[in-house]
Design a binder for this molecule. Structure first.
Ligand SMILES: [Fe+2]
Ligand SMILES: [Fe+2]
Length: 359
């Protein structure tokens, strides 16, 4: 028997076995592979619907900010359309890693898929999808390469909390146990800085543009570690196994993003922005809690200080996880310029998600 006929035979045998298995399971009155609940059109538990609606909104916001980064510093193509790229900004990002444009594109693509999937799932289970289009009121960057459309998020006045950096490098602290951790880039956490060029005036001097690219690099990590914690926090209150599967399948992709970005941000060159004095310190000279190459999550205290330390995601507290995310993003300046209606809608979605209980 030659290789191809052997292959055909084993395929026939496999099909026969599959048919037999199908007959057996049908005979037993149940399907071997159960129809997904979404396709069966079963109603969602109210708490699960609230969790998914909040996550749909969060993903739409993520998709909006990543699209802005992609227009100027990513890859503009059929997958992530819009904009035409800004050469100088893309070059400044490439100082951090020559593949930054690809990572930005792929992160943008992922977020849009998260938003689209969760909304399509909500609809499949008889719920209203989340539509934030009425809130696309914020201006675009005027720099060469940005599309001129309304935005949900503002990347031009950011206060970036960089404590996530030391949080994942500490072996004795955890925000879930009430600890606060030091900033990797203290200047970024206390002022307001653009993470994309606001106009072509921001393309020089060179160190100013590099500071903008560095700001973006640390903002990428901030956003994605927030998403990582958010999914882990909310998953603890999902009831329907399929909803839990969705949260456990999407959440770790946020972790993959975070891990990539915190590795990349470690390459951001130390410098002082000559236009505003923003300092990016040399993290190699700042001790173990900020050392760039310590990208694996350091084991730390978890649940109770009496237990053994453990390498974990942090924070993962479920109480107030959604509202905490909204407040954190608002404090970062991401929604600067948004309407009161936007804040009310985001807060209402977060409160409903935080009211969900596992039943
Ligand atoms: Fe996402
Ligand atoms: Fe994300």
């Amino acid at each position: 028997m030659n290789e191809s006929s052997e292959h055909r035979t084993s395929r026939r045998a496999f099909l026969a076995k599959g048919a037999a298995a199908g007959a057996l399971t049908l005979g037993a009155g149940r399907l071997l592979i159960e129809t997904p609940a979404a396709l069966a059109g079963q109603a969602l538990p109210a708490g699960d619907a609230a969790i998914l609606k909040f996550l749909a909104a969060a993903e739409l916001l993520e998709a909006d900010l990543w699209k802005q980064y992609n227009e100027l510093g990513g890859v503009q193509d059929g997958e992530v359309a819009g904009g035409s790229g800004n050469r100088a900004y893309t070059k400044a990002l490439a100082v951090i890693d020559k593949d930054m444009h690809q990572y930005i594109h792929d992160n943008a693509d992922d977020e849009q898929s998260h938003a689209n999937f969760i909304n399509s799932y909500l609809q499949a289970r008889g719920e209203q999808p989340i539509d934030l289009d009425p809130f696309r009121t914020l201006p675009s960057s005027e720099a060469t390469g940005a599309a001129q459309i309304g935005r949900l998020t503002n990347l031009m006045e950011l206060t970036v909390d960089t404590s996530y950096w030391s949080r994942y490098r500490s072996d004795s602290k955890n925000p879930d146990l009430g600890d606060t951790l030091p900033q990797a880039v203290p200047g970024l956490a206390s002022g307001k800085f653009p993470a994309i060029p606001r106009s072509d005036d921001d393309l020089r001097p060179r160190k100013h543009l590099q500071a903008i690219a560095n700001t973006a690099a640390f903002h990428f990590g901030m956003i994605e570690q927030g998403g990582s914690s958010l999914y882990a926090g909310l998953a603890q209150r999902a009831t329907d196994p399929e909803v839990l599967r969705i949260l456990l399948s999407i959440g770790p992709t946020e972790v993959m993003h975070f891990q990539t970005w915190q590795d990349k941000a470690g390459n951001a060159p130390a410098l002082t922005d000559p236009t505003n004095g923003l300092v990016f310190p040399d993290l190699n000279g700042g001790g173990e809690d900020v050392k760039p190459n310590r990208i694996m999550p350091e084991p730390t205290v978890f649940l109770d200080r009496k237990l053994a330390i453990c390498s974990i995601l942090r924070p993962t507290e479920t109480v107030g996880a959604a509202l905490g995310a909204v407040k954190g993003l608002a404090a970062s300046g991401l929604f600067t310029g948004q309407s009161q209606e936007f804040f009310s809608a985001a807060t209402a979605l977060a409160k409903a998600a935080d009211a969900a209980t596992r039943s």
